[in-house]
Structure formats: structure tokens, C-alpha cells
Design a protein around this ligand. Sequence first.
Ligand code: BV8
Length: 258
Amino acid sequence: MSECDAIVEQLLRARKIVIFTGAGISAESGIATFREKMTGFWEKYDPADFASMSRWNENHKMVWAWYEARRANVMDANPNNAHKAIARLQEAIEARVGYPVAIEVVTQNIDNLHERAGSKRVMHLHGSLFKPRCSYCDAPGYFYHEAPDHDATSVEPPPCLECGGPIRPGVVWFGEKLPSDEFERAKDLARECDVMLVIGTSGFVYPAAMIPFLAVDNKKYVATINPEVTLKKNMIACHWAETAANALPKIIDKIVNE
Ligand code: BV8
């Protein structure tokens, strides 16, 4: 049985499905994955070093400019066929099985491509490029420019309307806690789901990387879709060595047309 057949067979038996995604699912939209070298001015910087409170405290104009450049890239990008297939999955399965199915996307990504593809239930474990907040009082923030500058390397972040403090990116930096509601919910979903598809993540970054392991420990059907092997093969039911934008439309096609 092919990986696609095996995954579809499980999806058609499931009532609760979790789609756990990482930077790899946005790769085919042209968004560099987290471990890929960045380009241009940012090439000399390590994202894992740059995405930190210490770098923000050291030079928040540079960090704000980096996130604005990344926001500009996401705004220029489009959801790819993987994002679109995931957004169609619930409707496709329910039309086939004739009963309601619960599907939730749990993403480590800070882009908004799942939402722009039409996914309704998306949880961001590492925050979002599109939800800035005040670095002093945590009030919701805003952007100076809806269309951010791709090329600026030092930009004064806007001042908070409540307290005047500098607005920061609404993301989780290394060394910062994950949003507890989202993280607790993601752990519950891993324990309660029937199937978890783990798509485009290296599993390097904790504690988000523990979510698939929680599903494995609770004897759920866990499949990875990734050109590289990330979770040990003896731990998961299926590894499909395929890119997300190739694999997910094949899953939808099999559900809808076979
Ligand atoms: C915390 C937002 C504590 C910001 C991000 C030593 C060991 C273990 C852990 C640690 C350690 N030292 C420190 C830690 C903790 C640290 C951590 O895990 N570090 C790692 C680097 C070792 N974690 C933290 O600091 C976390 N916080 O622990 O706080 C605490 C507790 C209490 C109180 C206070 C504090 C916070 C981590 C969150 C960091 N923020 N993002 C930003 O983006 O700027 S993480 C960042 O990495 C992104 O969100 C990204 O999504 C995430 C994970 O990476 P992936 O998504 O997996 O991306 P990656 O590039 O790695 O892999 C891409 C994959 O896709 C690859 O496998 C590739 O093969 C595949 N792929 C490529 N193309 C495709 C594809 N797959 C399918 N189709 C394709 N076309």
C-alpha cells in the first residue's frame, strides 16, 4: 500500500484530525524555512540568534526591520497547493464519510498562509507576524505601513498607543514561553485525536516539537510528510518522503475521486 493510500485510509476512519505544520509547508510558497540561510542583508544573521529578546534589547530597530522584511515576503507570497488542500480536507472527508469530522491546524509558523488558503481553525504556537504587541504593556500593536519595506535594515517600531513603549513582533522568541492556552490546547489535541499529519517540520524546536511525540505516546496514527526523515521511523505509522505541495493534493484527489 502506498503512503498516500495508507494516510487516506486512516483519514477516512478518523473523527478528530490534527494537522501539525512547520516552516516546510510554506517552502513552496517561496518562504525560506527556518534552517535555510536567509538572503540578502540578513544572510549573515542566524535566525535562531536573531529571534531573541537579547537581540531585540540590543537593537530593536534592526529586529523590527527584519520582521517587517519577513512580513513583506509573506504578503508577496501566496498559499501553495498544500495550504489549499488542507483547507479543503474537512469538506472532502465529510462528503465521503457522511458524518462530521473535526480538523484543527496547529502550526509553528508565523505566516498567515493557512488562513489565507481558507483554513478556519488555525492555532499558532509561535505567534504571528500579523499580531504585533507592545513590548512594555502587551497591548495589541499596529504597523506604521500596511505594505512593509522589503529592504530597510533599521526601522523605528511604532509606539504603543497605550503607553508609548515600542511595539514588538507578535512572535515567540527563543527563551520565551509559548502562549499557554494554545500550547495546552495543542497537547490536548495530541492526546485526543485519531490521526495527526506532521508536515514540514524538522522537530528541532521545543517544546512545540513534543506535540507529535505526545500523539505517538497516546497510540495515535501519526504520519510525517517531509522530504527528510525527522521522527524515528519505528515511532510513527508512516513517513511519506514527499513535498507538502505534491503530497496534500494527492490525498485530496484520492478522497474526492476514488
Ligand atoms: C522555551 C518564532 C522556555 C520566531 C520560533 C537545547 C535542546 C532543546 C531545546 C533547547 C535547547 N536550548 C534551548 C532550547 C529551547 C529552545 C529550542 O528549542 N531551541 C532549539 C533551536 C534547540 N526553545 C525555546 O526557546 C522556546 N521557548 O523553551 O522557553 C521557557 C519556559 C518557561 C519560561 C520561560 C521560558 C521558544 C521556541 C520558539 C522560537 N520561535 N519562531 C521567528 O520565527 O522569528 S521557532 C522557529 O522554528 C519557527 O517558528 C519554525 O517554525 C520553528 C521550527 O522549525 P521548523 O518549522 O521545523 O522549520 P525548519 O526549518 O527547522 O525545518 C523545516 C522542515 O521542513 C525540514 O524538516 C525540511 O526537510 C522540511 N521541508 C522543506 N521543504 C519542504 C519540507 N517539508 C515538506 N514540504 C516541503 N516543500
